[in-house]
Design a protein around this ligand. Structure first.
Ligand SMILES: Cc1ncc(COP(=O)(O)O)c(C=O)c1O
Length: 350
């Protein structure tokens, strides 16, 4: 028998996979490491999920999430043909690489950005081409406008900086290749750029139900853009890429937006309070338009802060990536969780 590893393509053998934030089995930890929403889905959404769990489970779901796409189209004042739904926005980011980039071609991303992009490029046998953001996470002055695919995390992750639609439009106007604006955190930002996906034929906006809408567990994201790009993405997705419960939950979410808008405001208020509290304790904290803050902690190396906070049952995120090693990304939890964080920081500094 051959070594089973010899059956695996060398590209896959050598791949460094994406490392998701830890989902700990330990109970009682305060989880500020994966930008989940501290508040549960609305009672109406939970009810819709519960009533969907019946004998229907034996049937396949709608293959293109038709009802949800119709609702999303209404929400964004476009047509269902402008929308594709995915198993999380991660799936749609991966489909974009497969749809727009030849193996061996180029995947460009404004960096630092979402660390999944280079992994998607490598998986496809494509080259990763980072275009450096400015030191304050401002948009780069130069990038390859002809790259077949460019990702922009907007607002930025892990930096948290938001961009105005005017400055993003400047990028769209100049760009020739496909451009994905990854708006995972748009619900916590001052502005979003969805209209650009409906205005420019090469622009797609990716959104998720994971962050603002508390549905990480069910994995629902979507992209909006020109029908030609959207139908190309539909061609290469799995036939039933979004499970039926997720479709029902996301549809019910769109029927209860007032509930979620209150949550966005609560998260934003906690973010501003946490920013001020951490700054008073000597942390450098970048202004954020997301549900997390990107900080440079004082006194000890960031990795040591990660370990010391964990010892106090608080999980935050540290990236072992060059240029980011002195930072901690801290998700915004409930007010009680953020109070516990600030207390733990004070105790560590004592
Ligand atoms: C910038 C960015 N895009 C996309 C995603 C993935 O979202 P989803 O849960 O919809 O796959 C994340 C998740 O952390 C993210 O940070």
């Amino acid at each position: 028998m051959n070594d089973p590893l010899s059956l695996v393509r060398s590209l896959v053998r050598e791949l460094h996979p994406y490392v998701p934030g830890e989902q700990p089995k330990l109970k009682g930890l305060i989880k500020l490491n994966t930008n989940e929403n501290p508040y549960p889905p609305s009672p109406k959404v939970l009810r819709a999920i519960r009533t969907a769990v019946d004998e229907r489970l034996r049937l396949y779901p709608n293959p293109s999430a038709e009802t949800l796409r119709e609702k999303l189209a209404k929400f964004h004042r476009c047509a269902p043909e402008n929308i594709i739904v995915g198993n999380g926005s991660d799936e749609l980011l991966a489909l974009s690489v497969r749809c727009f980039v030849e193996p061996g071609g180029m995947v460009q991303y404004f960096a630092p950005g979402y660390s999944l992009y280079p992994v998607l490029a490598a998986t496809h046998g494509a080259m990763s081409v980072p275009a450096s953001l400015q030191a304050d996470f401002g948009l780069p002055k130069a990038w390859d406008i002809h790259a077949p695919l460019t990702f922009i995390t907007s607002p930025n992750a892990p930096g948290g900086r938001g961009y105005t639609s005017a400055e993003l439009e400047n990028v769209c106007v100049r760009h020739k290749g496909a451009l994905v604006l990854d708006e995972a955190y748009a619900d916590f930002a001052n502005e979003n750029a969805l209209e650009l996906a409906l205005k420019y034929q090469n622009v797609l906006v990716a959104r998720t139900f994971s962050k603002g809408y508390s549905l990480c567990f069910l994995r629902v994201g979507y992209m909006a853009g020109h029908p030609t790009l959207i139908s190309a993405l539909h061609k290469i997705r799995d036939s039933y890429n979004v499970n039926g419960i997720a479709q029902i939950a996301a549809t019910a979410t769109l029927d209860d937006l007032a509930h979620y808008r209150k949550n966005f405001k609560r998260v934003i208020a906690s973010r501003e309070r946490t920013t001020a509290d951490l700054r008073k304790l000597g942390f450098e904290v970048l202004p954020s338009q997301t549900n997390f803050v990107f900080t440079r902690p004082p006194r000890f190396p960031a990795k040591e802060w990660l370990d010391r906070l964990r010892a106090r049952k608080i999980l935050v995120r540290w990236f072992n990536h060059s240029g980011l090693e002195d930072r901690l990304r801290i998700s915004i939890g409930s007010d009680a969780e953020m109070d516990a964080l600030v207390r733990a920081v004070r105790a560590i500094l004592k």
